[in-house]
Design a protein around this ligand. Sequence first.
Ligand SMILES: Cc1cc2nc3c(=O)[nH]c(=O)nc-3n(C[C@H](O)[C@H](O)[C@H](O)COP(=O)(O)OP(=O)(O)OC[C@H]3O[C@@H](n4cnc5c(N)ncnc54)[C@H](O)[C@@H]3O)c2cc1C
Length: 379
Amino acid sequence: MDLDLAPRYVEFRDECRAWLEANRPAPLRSMDTPEGFEEHRAWERVLFDAGWSVPAWPAAYGGRDCDLIEWLIYEEEYWRSGVPGRVSANGVSLLAPTIFNFGTSAQQDFFLPRMASGEHIWAQGWSEPDAGSDLAGIKTRAERDGDHYVLNGQKTWCSRGAFADWIFCIVRTDPEAERHAGLTYLLVPGDAPGLERRPIGRLDGEPGFAELFFDDCRVGVGNVLGEEGQGWAVAMAAAGSERGLNLRSPGRFMAAAERLADLARDLQEGGDRIDVRLREEVTDAWIRAQAYRWQTYLTAARLMDGAELGSEASLMKVFWSEMDLELHATALRLLGDRGELPSEWMDGYLFALSGPIYAGTNEIQRNIIAERVLGLPRR
Ligand SMILES: Cc1cc2nc3c(=O)[nH]c(=O)nc-3n(C[C@H](O)[C@H](O)[C@H](O)COP(=O)(O)OP(=O)(O)OC[C@H]3O[C@@H](n4cnc5c(N)ncnc54)[C@H](O)[C@@H]3O)c2cc1C
């Protein structure tokens, strides 16, 4: 088996690498603060103007028509180069595939270029106080009134929700229907009248994570994605992207594993004694990141041959979230007492703790794997 990149992919990799190295901005403030959010938006514009915002999209919407292998290479180079994270990730990774699949051509023409350029930054408004894992239990009501829906209810745990320009929501349009059938996928402007956003208090004090309150909030019927009542099918198409290939590409973990190896090397050179068990953990993290990389390339090659990503996306979600957590825990163990001080590793560890929760908890993913991949009985 020849695992080397074909010459055209090497050329592509070198082009990305050179551009990212030449255009790396000074570090930005956190995207969960108002100032940092705008700094990240400006970075999105720089990427867009150079054609590197959404390389896998069609050129008509600001992309480069890259194939999936090129996209994975781009992601590796992106994370390797240490440029800022993507404030556009919810839109580009989770909503865009859904708009490509279910949007009207008017919706595609309006939303996709604005998403690609950072003019519209999106948040995901799915979870509610009583409906997270049991997403079909959502209660936020949208009643039809002429050419508008009137929304009442509450969403929670909304990443970027305090500042996002738009929110993609699932709402209940038919309370009488079977619970999966009464849902509709609705694109809600952040400045819709009757929408209030309240930051959720976080340990780090940053206000980007939010709860959303709809109080007779009016949204035009033209903002339905797919058909009224089809929201579950539309949402599940996006959930596959979130767990599978799009949200967490291997480049992120490969870069973190390289940094972990550098950390171990630096500490050792600085006089720390690193015991065998910790050395093995560092090696294991690096191997796991590589394994995830090859598994993802295999999946990408299959998708390029026409296969579809099914329930096995859940395997990938469990793998990357647990790998990320273990990798950061190893870094803190390497640092010992110093690990308790604020650092990039501590920030990464705290965020990694949420990996087994968001994008569908790992318990739910394990249920899916048991039932749909392994064919085990429900009980
Ligand atoms: C950092 C972060 C960012 C997030 N961002 C967003 C966002 O942008 N938009 C958004 O809509 N949501 C977001 N979420 C919410 C996330 O999707 C939910 O937290 C998640 O789906 C779990 O729902 P819940 O919190 O209501 O927990 P629950 O569903 O109440 O689950 C509680 C516990 O019970 C377990 N459990 C529940 N049902 C079962 C079952 N059938 N079998 C086995 N175990 C079960 C769960 O695994 C979990 O351990 C985010 C969450 C986090 C942590």
